[in-house]
Design a protein around this ligand. Structure first.
Ligand code: DGL
Length: 262
């Protein structure tokens, strides 16, 4: 059982930012990654559509014997993880905007959250904000258009810069000192964000926390891979293979990357 792969899915290439954290912490684990780029962005779809796509991805991974599934997408987590956990037997790890550490550490008591419409309008996001945001102003901003730009490989161009500038302005006007990245695509914008934000604003994403949680759940279930050799990894996209490869950086030479119509 422990040798079975971890399944990871996202609406596209964004979840590779999470996969890299998991790989760094758990190099012996095998994995299968699904980039559902054909259906990106999930963030502009209805909750029912997001649930349907999350079920499709989950069932593919379960049919390929995954022992645990990482929903490497805030939008899919906030709209579908309760259903997935109730319906399937394997453990699920989800990702949500890291409001808690930002709220705990904020001095200005103003925290920005950049996420998709699907995440910001979900009831899970609302309850997390209520639970952890007491006494804090949470400045929500939809990152409309950003996922599409990243999916086309455009992380540093002028259009992306302009959109980010537009989205950061209302948050900066409200004096945020933390910016929470609530979408797994957005860590790829960090170099640009650092150029655009004053040094006093800290950027938080949840990737490392997801990797730590994955390790802890594997241990709790007694299914951590204790092999001495490094894991094998399969990446599938139902869109552009070369874009997915680009986001895998140096890993691209040691993993399998292929097109799959799922
Ligand atoms: N990576 C997804 C997330 O974390 C992107 C959502 C989308 O496709 O809009 O929310």
């Amino acid at each position: 059982m422990s040798k079975l792969p971890i399944g990871v899915f996202d609406s596209g290439i964004g979840g590779t930012s999470i996969w890299k954290e998991i790989q760094a912490l758990l190099p012996k684990e095998n994995s299968i990654y699904l980039a559902d780029s054909k259906n990106a962005p999930y963030g502009e779809k209805s909750s029912e559509e997001i649930l349907g796509l999350s079920i499709k991805n989950t069932e593919y991974l379960l049919n390929h014997n995954c022992k645990l599934i990482v929903v490497a997408c805030n939008t899919a987590t906030t709209n579908a993880i309760d259903y997935l956990r109730k319906t399937y037997k394997v453990p699920f790890i989800g990702i949500e905007p890291a409001i808690k550490p930002a709220a705990l550490n904020s001095r200005s008591k103003s925290v920005g959250v950049l996420a998709t419409k699907g995440t910001l309008t979900s009831s899970l996001f609302h309850s997390t904000s209520l639970n952890h945001g007491e006494g804090i102003e949470i400045v929500e901003q939809q990152g409309k258009g950003l996922v599409e730009l990243i999916e086309s490989g455009e992380v540093g161009n002028e259009k992306t810069r302009q959109l980010l500038q537009e989205y950061l302005r209302p948050m900066l006007d409200k004096g945020i000192d933390y910016l929470v990245l609530g979408c797994t695509h957005y860590p790829y914008l960090i170099p640009l964000l650092k150029e655009l934000l004053p040094e006093s604003v800290k950027i938080i994403d949840s990737g490392e926390a997801v990797a730590r949680q994955t390790k802890s759940i594997l241990e709790q279930h007694g299914i951590l891979n204790l092999s001495k050799v490094n894991g094998k990894h399969q990446f599938y996209t139902n869109s552009n293979v070369s874009v997915l490869k680009r986001f895998l950086d140096d890993h691209r030479n040691s993993v399998k990357v292929a097109y799959l119509d799922f």
